[in-house]
Design a binder for this molecule. Structure first.
Ligand code: T5A
Length: 214
């Protein structure tokens, strides 16, 4: 059996990742592929508990270092219990966020040293990287307006100021420039239909390899 395909979705809050992920999962399923839709931080029962710890707003301080370590703790659990077994079983894994989010949020956003993030990434998943990352790019104002219109109270990271998300967005765009083969930029301020077309086009090489007709 050939191993599955690991696809990640990235972008700032409100970029449309969850919307695209839900559509893409169904669209690939309709084309005969077995798809596992998941998210980070979280994805398994235990990793979802870590998600609650890292995102909830409480009275105690959570440093950038603690935040980074919690993201990688959740990731290690997610990889061992869901991602690796699903890929080994030949499934397509769609993850709403992965290590690029740590690079963008904790690295570019909070100023955590990139070398330390890369050392943790190497330790946790040196043998595994997404084949394709869909970076949904929107202006910060638009993303935050979409996210705020959708839900009530913000979590600890969503409560950050606009300048923080500008740094995160800049960090994501720098990653895309560094790895253009893996990271596909999707113009996500566009209507949903256009976003879907861009996503399908970006995935064409893997669809062709899997013998899927679009
Ligand atoms: N985090 C995560 C880190 O700091 N480091 C890490 O390593 C990791 C893994 C997780 C938080 O954790 C942080 C980043 C985050 O702060 P999350 O669950 O990924 O959070 O949640 P958010 O990014 O906050 O999710 P959002 O729901 O805000 O954003 P999405 O998923 O990008 O947006 P979506 O799809 O829910 O859409 C938002 C709204 O916009 C509409 C949708 O209908 C919805 O109402 N919409 C569109 N409207 C018009 N045109 C389009 N093209 C649209 N697409 C979507």
């Amino acid at each position: 059996m050939s191993p599955g395909v690991f696809i990640t979705l990235e972008g700032i809050e409100g970029a449309g990742k969850s919307t695209v992920a839900a559509w893409l999962s169904q669209w690939l399923g309709e084309r005969g592929l077995t798809v596992r839709l998941t998210r980070e931080p979280g994805g398994t029962a235990l990793a979802e508990r870590v998600r609650r710890i890292v995102l909830e707003r409480g009275s105690e301080q959570v440093s950038a270092e603690a935040e980074t370590l919690l993201m990688f703790a959740a990731r290690a659990i997610h990889l061992d219990n869901l991602v690796r077994p699903a890929l080994a079983a030949g499934e397509w894994v769609l993850s709403d966020r992965f290590t690029d989010a740590t690079r963008a949020y904790q690295g570019a956003g909070r100023g955590v040293e990139p070398q330390w993030i890369e050392a943790l990434a190497e330790r946790v998943h040196g043998d595994l990287a997404p084949q394709c990352t869909l970076l949904l790019d929107v202006p910060v104002k638009l993303g935050l307006a979409r996210a705020r219109a959708r839900r009530g109270e913000s979590d600890r990271i969503e409560a950050e100021a606009q300048a923080f998300f500008e740094r995160v967005r800049t960090g994501y765009l720098a990653l895309a420039r560094r790895e253009p083969q893996r990271i596909r930029l999707i113009e996500a301020a566009a209507p949903v239909e256009s976003v879907r077309e861009q996503v399908a086009a970006a995935l064409q090489p893997w669809l062709t390899a899997a013998g899927v007709r679009t």
